[in-house]
Design a protein around this ligand. Structure first.
Ligand SMILES: C=CC1=C(C)c2cc3[nH]c(cc4nc(cc5[nH]c(cc1n2)c(C)c5CCC(=O)O)C(CCC(=O)O)=C4C)c(C)c3C=C
Ligand code: FE2
Length: 469
């Protein structure tokens, strides 16, 4: 049950009943089952901590009726309460939520994605944003452990909706990670208020909006947003369940603006992973920044001491929804496909020779015509390579998508490109360099977003807490 923590009338968590999911929840990793948080951890801020929901947040919750008003008491505070443990608490497949950095960046890329963008409800204020982030923190700690929210699918009062929608019961944690980002719009004026969330003076200098790029065909309906959540899991239902329940929790404070399902990760983020393939059939992620390369992560991915204090240990997330005209691609010869990308299709080796993980040699001549380079001057790997971009590197973490098909029998297929970098300018640099890319004949960028991803959350704190200190 989503307990109301402000009123002082919040009911006790449902008792554990032997033989029920609530009664059979396994011990947490720490060996304790904490009925106040449902996470086995110290209660997240808001879980058992008096938090006064704003009037607007409260009205939204009442209006939606979705989050469950515990025993008629006010909701809007903590969400995660006693876990019924109905999801088996499969912590063995759980990725720790708390840590120095948010999970879902260097975590070995899972198979599935549900990416969601949220907009704050008009008229909401700083307190709404803080309580939302606090509630999401508690929920994320439970969800990523494979725990049900609140009392799970059994409310203490059967006249109320269950705290947890239930579709992830029995599926375990499935290596779920939830990575949260803040949009630049949160720092800007809206509705005549110059600083609705009281954070305008905390805007990092690096957090500039993305410029428009040649070939952009961006649609507002799948671009931007005040907040983003990247849910990755090895089970699509676990990822969808997480986003769905975070959206319920946000009711009255933020609403889902758009979301994207993805499958078949298109990047490795660890050397332990096989390189996957994108929908053009090529290995993607070969030359990625890997979790094992701490020096590259510090240099290119994590915000360090030079950034705003609240962003230390964080990163910037760029998402680009890139439509791929796969029917046209499929009619291109193998030679043309390899020329466009600069690598072989079967092995992913550079066209200059060697094997997949050998560095491309951009000076090597084409053996068939030595007046030409083996890797075309406008090949994707040449233009994206650090040597073409002042040494810049991105940690890529994208997913394939197919959004159905159109009346011409063409699949709405593409790449939901995600990259993490410690300065959005790094992405801008590479994307600008891709202007003459041969690949542009076969792709269109139709969605875009940029979010600041704060550093990891320490137990007892909430997401982006340092931003509001
Ligand atoms: C702005 C950044 C990038 C966009 C957008 C992008 C789109 C895109 N890429 C592929 C396929 C491949 N990309 C590959 C390498 C690669 N791509 C980027 C950046 C963007 N790609 C970088 C930085 C790199 C690494 C370059 C290097 O250091 O060598 C590859 C080769 C294999 C690999 O290293 O991953 C493929 C294949 C598609 C299909 C696409 C848009 C739909
Ligand atoms: Fe690429």
């Amino acid at each position: 049950m989503h307990e109301a923590v402000d009123s002082g009338t919040a009911p006790d968590p449902a008792p554990n009943r032997p033989g029920t999911p609530g009664g059979s929840a396994p011990e947490s990793e720490s060996g304790s089952r904490n009925p106040a948080s449902g996470t086995g951890d110290a209660p997240a801020p808001g879980a058992g901590t008096p938090l006064r929901p704003s009037r607007r947040g409260l009205l939204g919750l009442i209006g939606a009726g979705a989050v469950g008003l515990a025993g008629g008491a006010a909701a809007g505070g903590a969400i995660v309460s006693a876990a019924a443990g109905g999801r088996g608490g499969a912590v063995g497949s759980a990725v720790p939520f708390y840590g120095e950095h948010q999970a879902g960046i260097t975590t070995p890329a899972q198979d599935r994605l549900h990416f969601a963008s949220f907009r704050m409800v008009s008229g909401t204020a700083r307190e709404d944003l803080v309580t939302l982030l606090s509630d999401w923190t508690g929920a994320a700690a439970a969800l990523t452990r494979g725990r049900a929210l609140g009392t799970g699918v059994e409310p203490g009062n059967a006249l109320l909706p269950p705290d947890d929608t239930g579709e992830a019961e029995g599926l375990g944690a499935a290596r779920l990670t939830l990575t949260f980002g803040l949009g630049r719009s949160l720092f800007e004026a809206r509705d005549g208020d110059p600083d609705p969330f009281g954070i305008a003076d905390r805007l990092p200098a690096a957090f500039a909006p993305l410029p428009s790029f040649a070939f952009d065909l961006l649609e507002d309906a799948q671009s931007g947003g005040d907040l983003c959540v990247q849910a990755c899991a090895d089970d699509p239902q676990v990822a969808v369940h997480a986003i769905r329940n975070l959206a319920r929790i946000a009711t009255g404070r933020a609403h889902l603006a758009w979301s994207q399902l993805g499958f078949g990760r298109t990047a490795s983020t660890s050397r332990a992973q096989e390189t996957p393939r994108n929908l053009f059939g090529f290995k993607d992620g070969t030359a990625n920044v890997m979790a094992e390369d701490a020096a590259a992560l510090d240099a290119h991915v994590w915000v360090g001491d030079e950034g705003e204090a609240w962003m230390r240990g964080g990163s910037y997330l760029v998402a680009r929804k890139i439509q791929m005209t796969i029917e046209t691609w499929d009619r291109a010869s193998l030679g043309e496909q390899q020329r466009v990308l600069g690598r072989t299709k079967a092995e992913g080796a550079p066209l200059s020779g060697g094997a997949e993980f050998d560095e491309p040699d951009f000076t090597a001549p084409d053996p068939a015509d030595t007046s030409l380079p083996a890797i075309d001057a406008a090949a994707h790997v040449r233009l994206a390579h650090p040597t073409s971009n002042g040494g810049v590197r991105l940690l890529r973490r994208g997913y394939n998508y197919v959004d159905g098909s159109n009346g011409l029998g063409q699949l709405g297929a593409g790449l939901f490109f995600i990259s993490f970098q410690n300065d959005p300018a790094a992405f801008v640099r590479v994307q600008r360099s891709l202007q003459p890319d041969l690949l542009n004949e076969y792709i269109r960028h139709i969605g875009s977003g940029l979010w600041a991803v704060p550093g990891g959350v320490r137990e007892g704190e909430h997401l982006a807490q340092a931003l509001f200190a």
